[in-house]
Design a binder for this molecule. Structure first.
Ligand code: CUA
Length: 329
């Protein structure tokens, strides 16, 4: 092979590699990384991307060189010379990809193993999904409709579902885990960046799927200790019941700060009760929770799960009804 050809091939490869590198680096393909596990997953992405760019540049350079140099002239109708392949070349282009794919497998396996390591003292948070909300329960027994995590500590999320299959996803944590009824799936998260990130259901689970969202607050260890001590203790007891059962996932209710639109607006509860004309406000509210199909607000389908009658205890139900009716007046 002539030296000029080598220079041309290398030049084409550099051009192809430069263009693809710019596309890879300048476009923000990945969300900001907010956990140690996510950082490792991003490393796998970049490791693979560098290999892909090198392979693409090589193939693109040979292809472009062949098109430019070995193109048949317009008046050339003759056959090309017969060839029998090139054994060394074939061995090389089989061996190199095999080595690269093996390298990616090893790096991925190491990251998977590291990411499932929760250390000796993880904070265990139970995550319960249900149509269409999340509930997060801490070791002290308190539950919230959103997640609060301390920066720098291993957190083990123990994820399950009350009804159908959902999936837990925080883009900034780079991990997804299915929430399956009767099964407990875990992921380990070690937050590295203070901030607020979305929690998204990423498995089609019914009418309110697109709105099945919450958020995670990553806070400093001091703030987290304060949250564990005092968090959620303020506010009426009915608010806690509201949050634990994920009512805000589907319903707007100003006193609770929720903005769901799958179900009727609970700020208009008193008005709806009058329209429905099914007894007192309290009786109407209670009936709508334990037997949601008994009366459907016009414009809304029978989408509310029929589980709350058995899921919420009598005393908690009374607190919830009182909370909703006070806020609705
Ligand atoms: Cu829950 Cu989609």
């Amino acid at each position: 092979m002539r030296r000029g050809s080598v220079v041309q091939l290398v030049g084409l490869a550099v051009v192809a590699a430069t263009i693809t590198t710019l596309v890879a680096v300048l476009v923000p393909w990945l969300p900001q990384s907010a956990s140690r596990e996510s950082g490792r997953i991003h490393f796998v992405y970049w490791f693979t991307t560098v290999i892909a760019i090198a392979v693409f540049a090589t193939v693109a350079a040979v292809l472009a060189y062949s098109i430019l140099k070995f193109r048949a002239r317009p008046d050339d109708d003759s056959d090309g010379p017969p060839t029998h392949g090139h054994t060394t070349l074939e061995i090389v282009w089989t061996a190199i990809p095999a080595v690269l794919v093996t390298a990616i497998s090893i790096v991925s396996a190491v990251v998977l193993a590291q990411n499932s390591h929760a250390g000796s003292n993880p904070l265990v948070v139970h995550v319960k999904a249900q149509q269409f909300a999340w509930a997060f329960t801490y070791p002290n027994g308190k539950s919230y409709g959103y997640l609060t995590l301390p920066k720098g500590r291993h957190v083990k999320l123990d994820i399950t579902s009350q009804d159908v299959i959902h999936s837990f996803w925080v883009p900034e944590f780079s991990q997804k885990q299915d929430a399956v009824p009767g099964q407990h799936n875990t992921i380990v998260v070690t937050p590295t960046r203070v901030g607020t990130y979305p929690v998204i259901c990423t498995e089609l689970c019914g009418l309110g799927h697109a709105l099945m969202r919450s958020h995670v607050d990553v806070v400093t260890p001091d703030k987290f200790a304060a949250f564990m001590k005092h968090g959620g203790s303020s506010g009426p007891p009915g608010l806690a019941v509201f949050q634990q059962n994920g009512c805000g996932g589907c319903h707007t209710f100003k006193p609770a700060g929720s903005t769901g639109t799958t179900g009727p607006d609970l700020d208009k509860l008193a008005q709806y009760a009058k329209q429905a004309n099914r007894g007192s406000l309290a009786a109407f509210t209670k009936e709508s929770i334990v037997d949601p199909a008994a009366y459907l607000q016009p414009g809304y389908p029978d989408a509310m799960p029929h589980v709350f009658g058995s899921q919420i205890s009598a005393s908690q139900l009374a607190q919830l009804v009182q909370y909703l009716d006070q806020g609705a007046k």
